[in-house]
Design a protein around this ligand. Structure first.
Ligand code: M6R
Length: 608
């Protein structure tokens, strides 16, 4: 959460910082600020609200003009969103921006107060670090940062400027992600590569405890002990267009439309001779044969992809799969054994709770497999094996294409595991793989066919206070994601329910006109789900049904029917996801909400 940036170079620093922060707003957007060296002096501009509020303020009051500085977009943790709590925060000679949390900030504040440092203006943990840096500052910035690193605890990344070191930016990373961009005669820091892609594709990945110094347009590095470090320069595998809306009104809609390509790019290199081949990711059939139990651990949407994984892996490979929310799993003392496999799914690869699971598994003898979208992210680097999804940057807070590619990888893994374990034969494995290869085309047909239908049906949802998503089997797993998508961006209360469970309590919630969205794509369960649809409709619900083109259902049983192309039952989640995404998207648009930046949320949850 929170995005930090920094710049040293010939361009107008304020403009670069604002432009880079625009690309990081998905990480938090309740306030923003910058600090720039102007004529050798640090000038700060900050404001509560969106980045546009900061820009408007700088237009009114003037922007700092210079060539080196730091910037921040905030997702509040310590202290409400306000001008005072906005970053940057300053000590007497030090100004910083901060992403993450400082766990022992109260102890440090007490220590500072006991040592006559009492000038605290904000409620933030960040200001305490600024003051501590100032307290120890003896004219040697790197030594001072190293000293402070030994005293603060938590997960954080910092951008720092010292008043007596003009035109120089310092940065340090402990857990929270930070990259250092290197252009021609200019250098950057950023929480994520898309922030600087407009200026350079070349970047260094800062490791835990490393300090970067940006001076004279060049970046240099040292470790926690002050030793110089030579780092490998990486090149981003996407360009500026991927991080732009490309003519779409919102990133979310663009990302929904990118799904056919994203799935194709993810699965194609992992299929050989019509069969899945994950050896390039460190996964061999021999290893897959050995696993006794599987745990899939993740948060939010990624966890919902895991729910689909449970149904598919258990059905095909006959291995027991437990799906858990990372924030629960890490504290419930799970029974992990030597021959188990723990799969961590994460778009960002930086989610704090999911990351913590890797530490938990260490020493148990179990293996960890990460399914991750962001290259070089912490989870990807720390897991024993990694399958990268190739969705490209996902900017909208509401995840769409990342979920879709997570599903595609889970299918490949399930097919390969089932074949390795002998629960399906080569012919069956080839048949399933071939069907998966067709999926991108079917997703495209689905978008083309139903986008307008979903736009229309969404107009029926906007006045609802509450709704239910129901389904059975894979449709139930899928409805969890449909429900999350809808609630996070439309702000309509929504729950997903196993359709067969309604009669055990929840059906009492049904009142006249309450929307119930039934996902009914599993032919083997269709009749049963249809009974549940009739039951809710008979009690006044507005029944909206997502089913395939051939399903036998008419408008006596449902108020609205969204028909999608049919593929094999097992793969239907990848098609049925599309109407759920579009319903959420258009409901949010019709309500006038900020689709890409829903209230209170941030894309990357790097704090617990
Ligand atoms: O980056 P991750 O996949 O680990 O993020 C996990 C969740 O925070 C995330 O999936 C979240 O639920 C979605 N943005 C919701 O659309």
């Amino acid at each position: 959460m929170c995005g930090i940036v920094g710049y040293v170079g010939p361009r107008d620093c304020s403009d670069v910082l604002v432009s880079a922060l625009t690309k990081l707003e998905y990480r938090g957007y309740d306030s923003a600020g910058i600090a720039v060296f102007e004529n050798g002096k640090i000038e700060v501009a900050k404001s509560k609200g969106r980045l546009t509020d900061l820009v408007a303020k700088m237009e009114r009051e003037g922007k700092p003009v210079g060539h080196a500085g730091i910037g921040h977009t905030r997702w509040a943790t310590h202290g409400e969103p306000s001008d005072i709590n906005s970053h940057p925060h300053s000590g007497r000679r030090v100004t910083i921006v901060h992403n993450g949390i400082i766990e022992n900030y109260k102890d440090i504040k007490k220590f500072l107060i006991e040592n006559d440092r009492t000038e605290f203006l904000s409620d933030t943990d960040t200001e305490v670090v600024a003051q501590l840096l100032d307290f120890y500052y003896d004219g040697n910035p790197v030594r001072c940062i190293r000293k402070v690193l030994h005293e603060i605890r938590g997960s954080f990344a910092l951008g720092i400027v010292f008043a007596d070191r003009p035109e120089t930016v310092y940065a340090v990373r402990c857990e929270s992600p930070l990259i250092v961009g290197q252009g021609h005669g200019e250098a950057f820091i950023a929480s994520d590569v898309p922030a600087i892609i407009k200026y350079t594709k070349n970047y260094f990945l800062l490791e835990y405890g490393e300090i970067a110094v940006l001076k004279n347009g060049l970046a240099s590095f040292c470790d926690l002990h002050g030793r110089m470090v030579e780092k490998e320069l990486k090149t981003a595998d996407f360009d500026e267009d991927s991080a732009e809306k490309g003519g779409y009104p919102h990133f979310m809609l663009k990302e929904i439309h990118e799904q056919p390509t994203a799935v194709k790019t993810t699965i194609t290199p992992r299929i050989e001779g019509g069969l899945p081949n994950l050896t390039e990711c460190g996964i061999t059939p021999e290893a897959l044969r050995e696993f006794n139990n599987i745990f899939i651990v993740a948060c939010g949407t990624a966890m919902h992809a895991g729910m689909v994984g449970k149904y598919v892996i258990e059905k095909l490979a006959r291995v027991s799969v437990t799906v858990d929310i990372a924030s629960e799993f890490r504290y419930r003392d799970p029974l992990i054994q030597k021959n188990d496999l723990v799969i961590i799914i994460s778009q960002s690869g930086e989610t704090a709770d999911s990351k913590a699971v890797l530490n938990l598994v260490k020493g148990t003898g179990a293996k960890t497999l990460a399914i991750v979208n962001v290259k070089g992210s912490s989870i990807a680097r720390e897991a024993d094996m990694v399958i990268y999804t190739h969705a490209g940057p996902e900017i909208a807070v509401a995840s769409t294409k990342a979920y879709m590619v997570q599903l595609s990888v889970i299918y490949l893994l399930a097919f390969e595991m089932a074949y390795a374990k002998g629960t399906i034969d080569e012919e069956e494995c080839q048949k399933l793989t071939l069907e998966l290869v067709r999926v991108p085309e079917v997703i495209q047909q689905t978008i083309d066919r139903i986008e307008n239908v979903c736009r229309y049906v969404s107009t029926k949802l906007i006045t609802a206070d509450s709704l239910l998503y129901i389904g059975r089997g894979l449709d139930y797993a899928l409805s969890m994601e449909g429900s999350l998508k809808l609630k996070e961006i439309s702000y309509i209360h929504s729950e997903s329910y196993a359709a067969g469970e309604l009669k055990h309590g929840t059906i009492s919630l049904i009142t006249e006109g309450m929307p119930v969205i039934a996902v009914a794509t599993q032919n083997s369960l269709f009749e049963k789900t249809l009974s549940n649809i009739k039951e809710v409709k008979a009690r006044g619900a507005m029944a909206i049904v997502i089913c395939d083109l051939k399903s036998e259902i008419d408008l006596d049983s449902a108020n609205y029917i969204i028909r999608i192309p049919k593929i094999s039952e097992m793969l239907m989640p990848m098609v049925a996801t599309v109407p759920m995404q579009l319903l959420a998207y258009y409901t949010s648009v019709n309500k006038g909400n900020d689709v890409d930046k829903p209230r209170n949320l941030a894309k990357s949850v790097t704090v617990e």
